[in-house]
Design a protein around this ligand. Sequence first.
Ligand SMILES: [Cu+2]
Length: 106
Amino acid sequence: MHQMRSLLICAALAATPAAAGAADHQIVIDQHMFMPSRLTIHPGEEVTWINKDTDPHTVHSDDRGKTFRSAVLDTGQSFSRIFSATGTFGYYCSVHPTMQGTIVVK
Ligand SMILES: [Cu+2]
């Protein structure tokens, strides 16, 4: 019984890093802006964009959405992505291309 409990504790500790990756950072989309428009994170962290605007928006990486792209996000909908590699990732809204943002992973 005691051994069983130790195993459970080990499993809980092992799960911690993955759990910490969930919803590490949030970017709010509102009034045709990404806020914050520039965000610096660490590798392995997750970014969630949530649309709080009344208009639909998307999140497309600057390489025309090759690296990442969301579906059209209606009000209240969100899109999440874990950034594993370091680098600077520009993105924009394909519906309103003047809406732009940057994720810096380092
Ligand atoms: Cu938009």
